[in-house]
Every structure is written in C-alpha cells, then in structure tokens.
Design a protein around this ligand. Structure first.
Ligand SMILES: Cc1cc2nc3c(=O)[nH]c(=O)nc-3n(C[C@H](O)[C@H](O)[C@H](O)COP(=O)(O)OP(=O)(O)OC[C@H]3O[C@@H](n4cnc5c(N)ncnc54)[C@H](O)[C@@H]3O)c2cc1C
Length: 399
C-alpha cells in the first residue's frame, strides 16, 4: 500500500541551452516540454527523494503521467496516444528523467515497450481493447523479455508456448521486469514449438501468472521491478501478435525505448549540472566561490560541453526518427554515449558538492545510482559498443 509522502523541497532547476537548441524545436515541442517540466517541478521533485529512500514506487504518478501525455506521445490520438512526433517523445523523456530515471522508466515502458508493440504488431481488436486504457493510465503494462539466464542474449530464452487448441500454454520466467508487480497486462516474448520467438499480451489475472517484486535494489529505487512467472498460463491464440516472428519484434521495441533513453539521460545530466553550477557559485572556500577555482571551472565547462554534444546527437537522431530513417545502430551509439556521459557528470557533480553531494539534500546520488541501471538495461554499455563495432566492420562479435 502506497504511503503519502510530502516534502517542501523546492526545485530550482533552470534551463540550460548552450547552443540555442530550442530554436530547432517546434512550438509544439516546446509546449510539451514546458508542461512536463512544470509537472516534474510540482509533482516529482517534492516527493522523489523520500520515495527513493523508502524504495517505494510513487504509484499516484501513473495518473499524472497519463494526464501530461507521457504515455504513447507518438501513438495516434485515436488509439489514446498523443499523436506527436518522435522529437516530442524525446523531449518529454528528457524532462521526466530530469526528475528521476525511475519516473521516466514508468513512462517509457508503458509507451515504447507496451503501447508501441500493441500498436505496431497487434490486431485492430488489440489496439481498440488496450491502447486507450494504457494511454489514460487505467491499465499499467510491462514488457517481459529478459530471463534469469538470458539477459544480453535474449535469443537463448527458454520461456515457451505450446499449442493447445484455441489457446497456447505458456511456461517460463522473466526477470528484472519494470512495473511487473503492478501491471495489469504484460507483453511477453516466448518461443513456440518450432523455436520461433512470438509476442503476446498476457493479462495479469490469468491463472498461473505471478509477478513477485524484486527487492534490494540500490538503483531505480522509486521504480518497481519484479519477475514474471508463468506456470501453465492459458493464453488465448487471439492474444498473440499474428505477423511478427523472431527477435526483430522485441528488438524493434527496444530500439524505441533506447531512443527515449538517449534523450532521457541528458535530463539526468542536466539536473546534476544545474545543481553543481548553483552550488559552485554559492559555496565559498578560501574566501571566494569554489566556482572561481580553475579546477571546478574545468569540471563545469566539460559538463556543459558533453551535454551540448549529447543534445546535438539526439536532435539529429530525432530528425532521422521522424523521417523513418534512423537505424538501430545509430540509436545504440546515442544511448551508450549519453548514458555514460550522464553518469560521468553525476560523478563530477558529486565532487563539486563536496560532502553535501552524498546527501539527499541534492539529487546527485539518486541520479548516479539510477544511471547505473540505465547503463545496463535496454542493452548494456558493452553490448551497444559491439553493435556499433559490428555496424562499422560488418563483423559479428556475438558469434
Ligand atoms: C532495474 C532494471 C529494470 C529492467 N527492466 C526490464 C524490463 O522491463 N524488461 C526486460 O525485459 N528487461 C528489463 N531489464 C533487464 C535488462 O535489460 C538486463 O539486465 C540487461 O539486458 C543485461 O542483462 P543481464 O543483467 O542478464 O546481464 P548479462 O547479459 O549477464 O551481462 C553481464 C555482463 O556481461 C557483459 N556481456 C554479455 N554478453 C557479452 C558479450 N557478448 N561481449 C562482451 N560482454 C558481454 C555485459 O555487458 C555485462 O557487463 C531491467 C534491468 C534492470 C536492472
């Protein structure tokens, strides 16, 4: 049961746009961005440290996320989405992660890993039945690909379906599934009797389905994570995505989510930079602001340089995504670069805050710990490097 936590923490975040990137965004993008930023300042910042400290998911935010259009921003309006473009989706993810990577995860799982596959691979009946309710936050979804013994190598999955007349019998287990303990439906990937990966919608109240919570995380503490366990779960054949077969189904969803993460990580980096800059100007040592020392200026100058480079990368990625030309390898490069950049900035920002940097007075440690997950999920830092390596050499290091 969620407890209500309130705090008087004031969000002093100020916008940083060194290369005037706002000029490259449309009026709609800026409106969406500002609405999400206001919401994060009002609803997320005042409570997030306490929820993270207690390792509790702020469940009430699901409704708010739906109201600000964070669920399925680029899904057509008639299916309960926002009808916006990919750039808008990116900008929204950036603002959410400026608040917390866990809150961004709540939105990106619902949007990219649940609504997107239902929209793209589901039947018209699936779209009508689930998408409007997912868009409004009436239903919460999760995405089950990773297994206890198959993370970076999802093709090795052992979760499987067996034909049983008008239904399939689903058996197996998924691990590290964001939102699974609170989800109403799960998009699950399992192998059929021919060993082909198939995607399906599994309703959480089906017999044999359970989703125990994973405890003990030091990262994404305000996001709920669990397992998915299937013991002879009867999945009606109508719930299986009819056309999509093989790993390209789940991988295309991951590309969408990774695209959002490439943008989101910039938000976490911006929040750390913003806090570090303010602290460097306010904190005095040796009779002057620490921001006047060259060593601190080096840190701040490098931070805004890296943030600006990451912003340029994602902006171009957004353009390519809007034109339908973006490749999974291009997304891998941006996800890997931007998450690593954000983690480095969190570490530098922590140093600028001195001892205060380790406390919950500042968002730094929470972002830093969150980013450790972001570095690993949706393809690890290593795996994205190998994807780029394969793309430029044409040689597959996974085999
Ligand atoms: C908080 C959280 C939420 C998550 N949410 C979801 C979710 O909603 N749905 C979902 O399906 N999954 C989810 N994941 C799972 C996530 O995507 C996996 O953790 C990730 O893919 C890595 O898998 P693994 O943890 O099994 O690590 P492993 O694959 O075991 O990797 C361990 C290490 O080995 C390295 N490695 C692996 N293969 C190679 C190779 N070929 N060459 C070089 N190095 C290699 C990796 O880079 C890594 O450093 C989540 C994970 C976390 C932590």
């Amino acid at each position: 049961m969620e407890t209500t936590m309130k705090s008087s923490k004031v969000d002093k975040y100020q916008h940083h746009d060194y290369y005037l990137m706002d000029e490259l965004l449309s009026e709609d993008h800026l409106l969406a961005r500002d609405a999400v930023r206001d919401w994060v300042k009002r609803e997320v910042t005042p409570i997030i440290e306490q929820y993270a400290e207690k390792a509790e998911c702020p469940m009430h935010l699901f409704k708010g996320l739906a109201e600000i259009g964070a669920f399925g921003p680029s899904i057509p309006v008639e299916y309960g989405g926002g009808g916006m473009d990919e750039m808008a989706y990116g900008v929204i993810m950036q603002e959410l992660e400026r608040g917390d990577s866990g809150v961004r995860s709540m939105a990106s799982v619902q949007s990219s890993l649940v609504m997107y596959p239902i929209y793209k691979y589901g039947t018209e009946a699936h779209r009508q039945k689930y998408l409007p309710k997912l868009g409004s936050g009436e239903l919460i979804g999760c995405f089950g690909l990773t297994e206890p013994d198959h993370g970076s190598n999802p093709g090795g999955m052992i979760t499987n379906i067996r034909d049983d007349g008008d239904a399939y019998i689903l058996n197996g287990a998924k691990m590290w599934i964001t939102n699974s303990p609170v989800a109403d439906i799960a998009v699950v990937w399992a192998k059929d009797e021919a060993g082909v990966v198939r995607g399906m919608i599994v309703e959480a109240d089906t017999e044999g389905y359970s989703a125990p919570e994973i405890h003990g995380k030091w990262s994404l503490r305000a996001s709920i994570t669990g397992e998915l366990v299937f013991e002879d779960v009867r999945v009606p054949k109508d719930n299986v995505f009819p056309e999509i077969k093989g790993l390209k189904g789940p991988l295309s969803c991951l590309s969408k989510a990774r695209y959002g993460i490439a943008w989101g990580a910039i938000g976490a980096a911006l929040d750390c930079y913003d806090s570090a800059l303010r602290y460097a100007l306010e904190r005095h040592q040796f009779g002057k602001p620490i921001g006047q020392f060259q060593l601190q200026q080096k840190k701040l100058a490098e931070m805004i340089t890296e943030i600006t480079k990451a912003q340029l990368l994602t902006w171009r990625l957004g353009q390519l995504a809007n034109e339908g030309r973006v490749t999974p390898a291009q997304i891998s490069m941006a996800k890997r670069n931007n998450v690593h950049m954000a983690l480095q900035i969190a570490r530098e920002a922590r140093q600028i805050h001195g001892g205060m940097g380790i406390t919950n007075e500042y968002p730094i440690m929470r972002h830093m710990m969150n980013l450790e997950t972001v570095l690993t999920y949706e393809g690890t830092h290593d795996i994205h490097l190998l994807i780029t390596g394969m793309d430029v050499t044409g040689l597959n290091a996974f085999k």
